[in-house]
Design a binder for this molecule. Structure first.
Ligand code: BG6
Length: 489
């Protein structure tokens, strides 16, 4: 870069004083005292939980080992033209065999928490029926290794790898038999890990896997259901969550905490006036009514039922009670502002504003940059649903992430993204929004679903030929934030 410019051009670009060329020695002192470059980073609350996150199908590989059954993602990724780079998760990060090495990567970030997911088809290869003890053995080994290294395990029971057998037998989430099977599986696992795992997430991102997998046919199992059937599948999913909460309460050690991890429809006021903020509260409640909202309220909003009309899900009051089973925390996966909201005089009192095509985004096109989302969304969620414990269960970004000849990855855009988002997160905690922890997505590059290995979200770079893991510059940045428990400019 430097060599492309003459010294004169560079001086012009950089500002003469930056090169030390323009000012004669002593001139700065004569001008007065130099600015003090020290700064005080803004602190997070004491005991704030810093962590990182991954999911089973994205990193484990070993898809045919120790009795694991196939999942809908095995089937989907092996179907022609579904994955951008025609890859699959057969090998992924070989984490199933390299988990000890990976625990050391977590440890060297200085974080004290790790959110991973359990592959249902490892534990119940057929989805229900006979368990496969060898499947759970892997997670027991992982949990023990984490604890031995001072890292608290946070387990997620469902991160999209539904047993294929359930899809084939009952139509997956189209049937409430899957909800029941999920409840049974959750109780089985909780009984066996809750002596060491104190926090369990039921589902990861119901909004994503339903819309993409059952509505638009983009994710596994690749269905495009009509609205009524999609709404029924949504209902079966939240019912599965409720049954899992009840089963965990019944079988886990006393004191085990449970909650959902949802990619909440993230609403942000277009700009902060009392009217726009109020409108954003209304929009948040309505736009989340069929998933997160019903789990927290135990009922569908009138607005949702009215809007859905004949396509509304069929349900019983008993089911709503199960769905609304009390949880201990709410996990919010927050990446991008999804809806900018402005107040409106017309019903329902709010407008969703269109995004201009020039709105900035990160390396992933869907990942629009709006750091204020991680301030507003938890703040508004806590208020409208009276939540007392929130985790940011995922946040992070992809980046080009080139491994340079010197073995380094200078992911400055990720650092900038994280710095800005964490600044807004700190602001929320300083105002008393009850956010107890943050899990950075992701520990390492992995199988990014339909993007295959083309998108990299890790703070560790992975060479998928050699399986070498290399810390990116953002790993050092995150380690610094964690060590200080504070974020600087
Ligand atoms: C979240 C998921 O939606 O975003 C993760 O919970 C996923 O599993 C991450 O890896 C990035 O999404 P994508 O679609 O870009 O791979």
């Amino acid at each position: 870069m430097v060599s492309r410019f003459s010294r004169r051009e560079l001086a012009k670009l950089a500002g003469l004083s930056a090169l030390g060329m323009a000012m004669p020695a002593g001139a700065a002192e004569k001008k007065g005292k130099q600015a003090d470059l020290r700064f005080t980073p803004a602190p997070f609350p004491r005991g704030f939980v810093w962590g990182t996150a991954t999911s089973s199908y994205q990193i484990e590989g070993a898809v045919n080992e120790d009795g694991r059954g196939p999942s809908i993602w095995d089937t989907f990724s092996h179907t022609a033209d579904k994955i951008a780079d025609h890859s699959n998760g057969d090998r992924a990060n070989e984490h199933y065999h390299r988990y000890k090495e990976d625990v050391q990567l977590i440890k060297s970030l200085g974080v004290k928490a790790y959110r991973f997911s359990i592959a249902w088809p490892r534990v119940f290869p057929e989805g229900s029926g006979a368990p496969n003890p060898k499947g759970l053995d892997f997670y027991n080994r992982l949990i023990d290794e984490l604890l031995a290294n001072g890292i608290e395990p946070y387990a997620t029971l469902y991160h999209w790898d539904l047993p294929q057998a359930l899809e084939d037998r009952v139509g997956g989430w189209r049937s409430s038999d899957t909800s029941k099977a999920f409840g049974d599986y959750s109780g089985y696992v909780a009984a066996r890990i809750s002596d060491r795992v104190k926090n369990i997430f039921t589902l990861n991102e119901a909004g994503r896997f339903l819309n993409f997998g059952y509505g638009w046919g983009i994710d596994a199992p690749g269905l495009k259901l009509p609205t009524a059937e999609l709404n029924q599948a949504r209902h079966n999913v939240v019912l599965g969550h409720g049954l899992a909460v009840q089963a965990i309460r019944a079988s886990a050690r006393k004191g085990t905490k449970v909650g959902i991890a949802e990619n909440i429809a993230a609403c942000v006021p277009a700009f902060a006036t009392p009217e726009n903020i109020r409108a954003t509260e209304l929009a948040t409640r309505e736009l989340n009514a069929s998933l997160l909202g019903v789990t927290l309220e135990g009922k569908y909003t009138d607005g949702f039922l009215e809007y859905s009309g004949k396509d509304a899900p069929k349900f019983t009051p008993e089911e709503l009670k199960i769905i609304g089973s009390k949880t201990d925390f709410v996990g919010l996966n927050i990446y991008a502002p999804q809806f900018y909201i402005a107040a409106s005089d017309k019903k329902p009192g709010w407008d969703v504003l269109p995004f201009p095509s020039s709105f900035p985004h990160m390396n992933s096109e869907w990942l629009r940059i709006g750091p204020e989302v991680i301030y507003w969304t938890p703040k508004i969620a806590a208020k409208i649903w009276n939540i007392d414990t929130i985790y940011i269960s995922e946040n992070g970004t992809s980046s080009e992430d080139k491994l340079r000849d010197n073995g380094k990855v200078y992911d400055l855009d990720r650092i900038s993204f994280l710095r800005n988002y964490l600044t807004q997160l700190q602001r929320a905690t300083a105002e008393g929004v009850p956010i107890k922890g943050y899990f950075l997505w992701s520990l390492m590059d992995n199988f990014e679903w339909i993007f295959g290995y083309e998108k990299r979200f890790g703070v560790y770079h992975v060479d998928f030929q050699t399986q070498a893991r290399t810390p990116k510059l953002s790993a050092a940045f995150y380690r610094d934030v964690v060590a200080k428990n504070a974020i600087g400019p």
